[in-house]
Design a binder for this molecule. Structure first.
Ligand SMILES: NC(=O)c1ccc[n+]([C@@H]2O[C@H](COP(=O)([O-])OP(=O)(O)OC[C@H]3O[C@@H](n4cnc5c(N)ncnc54)[C@H](OP(=O)(O)O)[C@@H]3O)[C@@H](O)[C@H]2O)c1
Length: 248
């Protein structure tokens, strides 16, 4: 039977690959994101996909998305949280004091990566299907490392204890909650512009598999975690990074 699969950030990158993967199995996918044009473009490529434009850092916009989904589909089988980003691509803001810049950076990353997932989950959790519901977060290898952009990694890391707590809360309803933490995933708008050859080479050298990830690596892992076969896997963080050491 077709499941209803809600995908935040479903208009682009990993979220779009996730939407394609679930839709190819006959599921009804509902794409969420801020840019209506990107969502419409994505929905045109995925037969039967629905979409709703909302800034998921805004409680009222999130409520509107939740109302749309519950009115259109009733119950939700799977939520995939792909909305997020590293914050630096947002409109630059002038700061009078360096501390103001730090406050801006940390709050922006928290809002983009943590709040988006928490608000949507809290709004939709009562609509999740008992016995088979799935909540799936996309976090990052950055959640384990002190390298790179720390506010981003910290904001992703915040979802890990949230997932564990939610797994305990929803466990009695036989709903599972897991996070997938990817390493570098190529071919998405995440970094704004393509990585230099040199940087890409360094990232490949860190892996045991000799390649960077692609969106379908994440999508296929999520497909498994959303399946009946994964019904005893909950409160876990699954790393999809080709064997890169997380502690570096
Ligand atoms: N690519 C990587 O190497 C990598 C590695 C590890 C983890 N990740 C994570 O994977 C997820 C997907 O990233 P990606 O690589 O596929 O990049 P992406 O294409 O830029 O995906 C981010 C998506 O989130 C949506 N979004 C951002 N802010 C939002 C908001 N406030 N409300 C609603 N939607 C919002 C964006 O759409 P709008 O701008 O239209 O809202 C976009 O569709 C992100 O959470 C990212 O942190 C990526």
């Amino acid at each position: 039977m077709a499941r209803t699969v809600v995908i935040s950030g479903g208009g682009t990158g990993i979220g779009f690959a996730v939407a394609e993967t679930f839709a190819s199995e006959g599921d009804q996918v509902v794409l969420l994101g801020r840019r209506q044009s990107k969502l419409a473009e994505a929905a045109e490529k995925i037969l039967g996909a629905a979409y709703f434009s909302a800034d998921l850092t805004d409680p009222y916009a999130t409520r509107a998305a939740v109302d749309f989904i519950s009115q259109q589909y009733g119950a939700v089988d799977v939520i995939v949280h792909s909305a997020g980003g590293n914050g630096v691509l947002e409109t630059p803001v002038e700061h009078a004091d360096p501390l103001e810049a730090i406050a801006h950076d940390w709050s922006l990353n928290f809002r983009l990566n943590t709040l988006t997932a928490v608000l949507l989950t809290e709004g939709l959790k009562e609509h999740l299907v008992d016995g088979a519901g799935r909540v799936l977060f996309i976090t990052s290898i950055a959640a384990f490392r002190g390298s790179g952009r720390v506010p981003y990694g910290a904001a992703k890391a915040a979802l890990h204890p949230y997932a564990v707590r939610l797994a305990q809360e929803l466990g009695p309803r036989r709903i599972t909650v897991n996070a997938v933490a990817p390493g570098l995933i190529d071919e998405t708008p995440f970094f704004g512009q393509p990585m230099t050859e040199e940087r890409l080479k360094l990232r490949v050298e860190e892996t045991a598999t000799g390649r960077v990830g692609v969106p379908s690596d994440v999508a296929k892992t999520l497909r498994f975690l959303a399946s009946e076969d994964a019904s005893h896997i909950t409160a876990q963080v699954i790393q999809v990074n080709g064997g890169v050491a997380s502690s570096r």
